[in-house]
Design a protein around this ligand. Structure first.
Ligand code: ADP
Length: 398
């Protein structure tokens, strides 16, 4: 086999993202997204190197995940990529305490992922639909689940325990799980390479800032604390999620007559950058409007950056020493104003932005954005598909 390819699938309730990834380099040969599943305008679109951009409208019905996977199969055949395809890797949001590493999927694994649906009701059931569709399309290939929570399973009890009755942990599994694990894992490994250290001796604070956002303290290569919690709403302020909140606020709203569904929607979908700016959840829009004097956008930007800096500061406690802080995700990889404000908020620890370097480290370009001789801050583009593909590849070699 010349270049082993892995089909990476990220199946959501109304969408399916996919990429055919060269497992040894992480380069995507083709990537695409199916959206609006369950609706009349369900479609799937893709593009790749030497592969024309294309969009296909799906037929009406309730089997859009299967239709999408069937279209991916035809695409693989048409582009003669089938002989290089060696595995299918599935992103799975919640592995609970059961999965601490990538796992070869069989019936019992599917059952377990389904049984964790109460912890991730929007994600895990959709993953299972995608997994089943992929198994029927590629019955001869290893199907591997890679969990967002797995990297954080090394957190000590003092980091994952909530200060509530432990009966709630025992009965319902209420604890911090953390998410974005594949991204934190990837950029912490890349940081170790740049620092010329082995991961086992590398201590970094990884800062994934996208629509979802989280910070992770990585000590000697292992996650020891992270800002997302029982669910991904916890921790940082995000595009539309509120992040940390006084736990009595939902109860207060309920007493004002709000239903649990309304509260959920408000805190997950109408909060964060969107809620504070009353303008947009998109960081680019926030930065532009803030520059033009929009007060809501200015507050959103300040609040967002201040919160990130506070989390970074708190994770100094989790690490004996910090080799670097590492920015990643759409905002972390691209947004000059956000990185600038975070670095300013961290001045007390000696962090100093190298303005020119900060301007260069964008649009996929990694770089060190701190001044020489000051505590190190790096920008490292994440590549979760690469992690999923390499994990899946391991199972083809066993
Ligand atoms: P997701 O969590 O959906 O994967 P991404 O990691 O793609 O999100 O990040 C999306 C966020 O990144 C958006 O808020 C977007 O505005 C921001 N972003 C992308 N490019 C830029 C840019 N050039 N400057 C500032 N923000 C950017």
């Amino acid at each position: 086999m010349s270049k082993p390819l892995v089909l990476v699938l990220n199946s959501g309730s109304s969408s399916l993202k996919f990429a055919l990834v060269e497992a040894q380099t992480g380069d995507a040969v083709v990537s695409g997204i199916g959206e609006c599943f369950g609706l009349d305008n369900a479609c799937i679109a893709w593009k790749g190197e030497g592969i024309d951009k294309q969009e296909v409208i799906l037929q009406s019905g309730d089997n859009h995940h299967q239709q999408a996977v069937d279209i991916i199969v035809s695409l693989i055949e048409k582009e003669h990529l089938g002989s290089d395809l060696c595995a299918v890797g599935h992103r799975v949001v919640h592995g609970g305490e059961h999965f601490s590493q990538a796992t070869l999927i069989d019936d019992s694994v599917i059952e377990k992922i389904e049984s964790l649906s109460s912890l991730a009701p929007l994600h895990n059931p959709s993953h299972v639909v995608g997994i089943r569709a992929a198994i029927s399309a590629f019955p001869h290939l290893p199907q591997v689940a890679v969990f967002d929570t797995a990297f954080h399973q090394t957190m000590p009890a003092k980091a994952y325990t909530y200060a509530i009755s432990q009966k709630l942990y025992r009965d319902f599994g209420i604890r911090r799980y953390g998410f974005h694990g594949t991204s934190h894992y990837f950029v912490s490994r890349e940081a170790a390479k740049q620092l010329d250290k082995v991961p086992e001796q590398t201590n970094v604070i990884t800062v994934h800032l996208g629509n979802g956002a989280s910070v992770c303290a990585v000590k000697n290569g292992k996650s020891v604390d992270t800002s997302m919690g029982f669910t991904p709403i916890a921790g940082l302020m995000m595009g539309t999620r509120c992040g940390d909140l006084d736990p009595s606020i939902p109860e207060f709203l309920q007493k004002q007559g709000w239903t649990p569904e309304q509260i959920h929607k408000e805190l997950n979908g109408n909060s964060g950058l969107l809620g504070v700016s009353e303008l947009t959840s998109d960081c680019r829009g926030i930065c532009e409007a803030a520059g033009e004097g929009h007060k809501g956008a200015q507050l959103a930007l300040e609040l967002f950056s201040y919160r990130v800096a506070k989390y970074i500061a708190s994770y100094m406690v989790a690490l004996d020493e910090v080799d670097a802080i590492v920015f990643t995700g759409g905002i972390g990889e691209n947004s000059l104003p956000v990185r600038h404000l975070i670095m300013m908020n961290l001045r007390v620890f000696g962090y100093r932005e190298d303005v020119e370097a900060n301007e260069k480290a964008r649009f996929g370009q990694p770089g060190m954005i701190s001044q020489q001789g000051t505590p190190m801050a790096l920008v490292i583009p994440t590549n979760e598909e690469f992690v999923i593909a390499s994990e899946a590849l391991r199972f083809t070699m066993q």
